[in-house]
Design a protein around this ligand. Sequence first.
Ligand SMILES: [Zn+2]
Length: 238
Amino acid sequence: MQSDLEMLLKLQVIDYDLGELERSKEYLPDMMDNLKREIEETENLFRNTEKELSDSQIMQKNLEIDVSAKQVELKKFQEQMMAIKTNKEYDALINQIDNVKAIINEKETSLIEVIERLEKLENDIKEFEKRSSETKERNTKELSILQEKMDSVGTKIQVKESERGNITIRIPKRTMSTYETVRKSRGGSVVVPVRKRACGACYKGLPPHRIQELKRGDQLIICDNCGRMLLWMNGESE
Ligand SMILES: [Zn+2]
């Protein structure tokens, strides 16, 4: 019986590995999608900032051109002041000068804002470019590792399945059927060690005669409470 239990323990490890391999078929693609998305997001952040930077540079140029054009206009009006003959002409010209000054003022305020934004963007863009290229390099490496894992899952499952076959053939049919039933209904481990004179899974205490049977190791002992197979570990306190 001890050797059946040993077989069951090996089987349990294989089934755990098989479970992990099956799960990896789900989570590996998710992990890969996340890595790809991260590359895309940091790349987009860099590209968008680059676009915003070049738009702002164009805006700065245009504002500077506008301001100097308006300054030329202002100078022309100021020269006309010398040749003023009537009050009416004077009032009209003052009005024009005030208008041009207001426009210059407004454009200069916008220009300061654009220059401040440019300073921030120039700072950001270095950081975003670095982040983007680092993310790309790091995630590409991880992606190729994950892709290799993904590619080998099928083969690994085949290997484990054949190991499983070699073991199950050596376990009595009734024992196997108990194992499968508990595995499907309870999940997790089927063979559990006794801990502190109780089932290691559900913690239900074991009566002394059960402990004696376990120690003899000549029959398969099932937990009354959860149906798992119990394993006596040498060194467990009696
Ligand atoms: Zn139990």
